[in-house]
Design a protein around this ligand. Structure first.
Ligand SMILES: [Zn+2]
Length: 420
């Protein structure tokens, strides 16, 4: 299905050219010439441009997703709702140190707190844990200890039911993500390891129950299907497990599960969406397919130091370069999210060509996303200002590109922690 993505005709590499001077020769946006000019712009200048654009976008996103609704929150989630705007503001604060961003962020979280009181969803991206975790972290940066205590207490009241799935968007792995986020920013032990270890244990046990028998040692089900991708399947769960201390046999199961996936990938280097769907080599998204799995493989290369995972990540990145310039803008199944594959490989290998590729995807968006969305040639997302489906994701990527060595797909581990 060639119409899912734009053919990537951008050069494999363009050297920076300090002689590029924008004002002297204005070029209409959305042309090959304008894109090439962006690609050859020295990184410092380009990064300023990303930042300026992102900060403008941020203003619009705050007004459209929160200000105009008079602080009523129809969807509170970080994934497609108002908390995503708060998360973008937190990112903006991390880049600019603008405390006004932090104050507005805190207001938005407060509204999300009210809106999520009765929610039974427990994860970072789609549930109450995201609200409480971000609330606590932002309060910490604001120096409001009372508020930290309030959100941490609220967080600890979240109940994980027995019938919870294990995946990232609605399951245990997604809850653990919130724990990691709090422990990283507020301090080790904010959520004690005795508590998280029990959840990790349950994930491993559930995985072993469905795994084995000639297939992957760990396997999980979500609504009757055994998914492989980051959002609902193995890639997301394995990523989170690698962030926790595992026993040697558990670590071995994680490693063998990833090996199983690499061994059974498509000849193209892409990955099936699920165990049941091993023939349709179509999706190249963070949620399903090579991009989300590549991020996990890069992590595995770090954790295990094995060349095979790095090689598989490199192959996956090739698929993303060729088929990942999607006709969508956001993080989950859009160009913004796919750019993080190159950033993660750049961070692991130091190879500038990967930085170029990330930059190229971002330049493509900078040059023409608005126009393509306005013309209906690119899908702006059902929630057009959101982080995971809309232009919120693009703004977040642009901010991340100001410090590409620190960039992380939203909520993935090792976020940059500022001293307070
Ligand atoms: Zn998606």
């Amino acid at each position: 299905m060639a119409d899912r993505f734009y053919p990537n005709v951008m050069p494999d590499y363009v050297a920076e050219n300090p002689a590029v001077e924008e004002e002297k020769h204005p070029i209409p946006q959305g042309t090959n010439e304008s894109l090439l000019k962006l690609l050859s712009t020295p990184y410092n200048t380009l990064s300023e441009k990303f930042k300026r654009t992102a900060l403008d976008l941020k203003e619009t996103i705050v007004v459209e997703s929160w200000g105009l609704t008079r602080q009523q929150v129809p969807d509170f989630t970080l994934y497609c709702g108002t908390l995503g705007t708060a998360f973008l503001l937190f990112k903006s604060y991390q880049v600019t140190n603008n405390t006004n961003d932090l104050a507005v962020c805190s207001q938005i979280v407060k509204d999300c707190d009210s809106a999520s009181r009765n929610s039974r969803d427990v994860t970072f991206l789609c549930g109450r844990a995201g609200v409480c975790a971000l609330g606590a972290v932002v309060a910490k940066y604001m120096g409001d200890d009372q508020l930290v205590l309030y959100y941490v207490t609220q967080f600890k009241e979240i109940k994980l039911t027995k019938d919870l799935p294990d995946e990232l968007l609605y399951g245990r792995a997604g809850f653990l993500w919130a724990c990691l986020f709090m422990n990283k920013h507020i301090g080790k032990g904010t959520v004690p390891s005795s508590y998280t270890a029990a959840v990790v244990n349950e994930i491993i046990e559930n995985g072993r129950r469905l795994g084995g028998r000639g297939r992957s040692p760990l396997m999980y089900e979500w609504y009757g299907e055994m998914y492989w991708g980051a959002a609902h399947g193995l890639a997301g769960i394995m990523y989170v497990l690698m962030d926790f201390e595992l026993k040697p046999d558990e670590l071995e199961d994680v490693k063998e599960t990833l090996r199983y996936m690499v061994k059974n990938r498509f000849p193209s280097g892409n990955y099936p969406a699920s165990e049941e769907d091993k023939r349709r080599d179509v999706l190249v998204h963070w949620c399903h397919g090579a991009p989300g799995i590549a991020l996990t493989l890069v992590k595995a290369a770090e954790v295990f130091g094995d060349r095979e995972f790095l090689n598989a990540a490199v192959d996956a990145a090739e698929v993303v370069w060729n088929r990942g310039l999607l006709k969508r803008v956001g993080m989950c199944h859009g160009i913004s999210g796919n750019a993080y594959v190159f950033l993660s490989l750049y961070q692991l290998t130091g190879n500038e060509e990967y930085l170029y590729r990330a930059k190229a995807f971002a330049c493509f968006l900078l040059d023409r996303a608005h126009k393509l969305i306005a013309k209906g040639e690119m899908h702006g997302g059902d929630s057009p200002y959101s982080l995971f489906e809309g232009i919120g994701g693009m703004a977040y990527l642009f901010l991340d590109l100001t410090e590409p060595k620190e960039a992380r797909f939203p909520a993935y581990g090792c976020e940059k922690v500022h001293a307070t």
